[in-house]
Design a protein around this ligand. Sequence first.
Ligand code: UN1
Length: 496
Amino acid sequence: MERIRNYIRGQWVDTRSEETFASMNPANREEVVGIISKSGREDIDEAVEAAREAYGKWRLTPAPRRGEILFRAAELLAKHKEELGRLETREMGKILPEALGDVQEAIDMGYYMAGEGRRLAGETIPSELPDKDMKSVRVPVGVFGLITPWNFPIAIPAWKIFPALICGNTMIFKPSSETSVCAAAFVDIFRQAGLPAGILNLVHGPGAEIGEYLVSHPGVDAVSFTGSYDVGRRLQQTCGTISRPIVAEMGGKNIILVMEDAPLELAIEGALWGGFGTSGQRCTAASRIGVQKEIYDAFSEKFRVTASRLRVGDGLKKETQMGPVVNESQFNKVLKYIQIGKEEGARLILGGNPCRHGETSRGYFIEPTIFADVDPGMRIAQEEIFGPVVSLIRTKDLQDAIRIANGTPYGLSAAIYTRDVNLTAIAERDLDFGIVYINAPTIGAEIQLPFGGIKHSGSGKKEAGGRGGALETYSQFKVIYRDFSGRLQKAQIEKE
Ligand code: UN1
């Protein structure tokens, strides 16, 4: 089996130590997807040094030229979409159509950011004084440390790498160990596209050992992280003490609100894919469904029946609708939450167990699980589970529904199903979330708008989108004043 190595200074290189770790297929505990060289601190030092060296030249490369390389990378991603999607399914379990969607998001991001190379505009604005001009220009931030999760193994790295590149930054990319093989395949696309050496460097290894070291490395200027709240908060604290900018996308406890007048079939379909898509392992997953009391019983029963028909299995099989969870620790964590839900007194109406039929006994499969009559204060309705577990909550009216929706520490994505335009306006205004959907599930954000949450879900700076989004995260404004009067204009000192 091919060894997956670090990519530093444009070369695939061995790490200093001989240590390796394996990436496994969660649908089949016996299948090794890749053997990966494990990095230590010296490997990180080398990658940071490479990124620092490359920065001087890359920042001066005209942005439209940088864009041409990005465009080629997007073309290559499109060409290899199928094989990258299949690799993703094998490495982290999501069903093939979702994996192909993930790759497509990266393709879209590539084309979008390639175009931004010709639009990296600042502003020119009139001065108060004669014979003086002034402008702001977008400049890169420097060397980025990028830390990404396993649930979107290609899309989330693409959200970071494409905008960071177009803005002229160089970077060290540390993907989740669960998806090292996908990360290597993605980075190889940039090699094939002709990205010069040292600009994008890849290091593999456990977050606790090398991720934190990278984040606080003196050679790194800024950090972009997507992952859990616990890790994100720790990294924010680390960065806070050394005044290092960090964009952190963290967890969610998202909700779909189903109002009395909602188109029922549509709401059920939305809840199904919002709740169980990617086996609930999206930061945007609808792990709570708030249903208005008048239709609560009808909705719960229909939702239970629909979810019970979901075909769980290997994501490479055409008929499969839901794959496994990513690994043993997630498997145990999800089962622990199911236990907690039972102990808290929520009514388990579907699932609740590991799958044991046929091929599913070989992997980390959990039945689609629904708890009904969940109290909004219960732990299963407050904490991020990141698995196929949905809590149904009874709501009185819109005001009550919004109060429940806002009543967690998170604020990433919320949705409302209703035919009443006035209710949508109130929901839009009052839901404390970074993203609000109307008559669509909590998932499926598009890359041309900023992505990110509030409260414990995000740090304020955004991923994706152009101006107002990723460009603000991966570039900064420098302001230039030029006085061509040839004298000290007094008004600069005393405003006349
Ligand atoms: C995530 O789960 O971290 O909107 C991101 C969505 C996807 C992105 C999810 N496009 O669900």
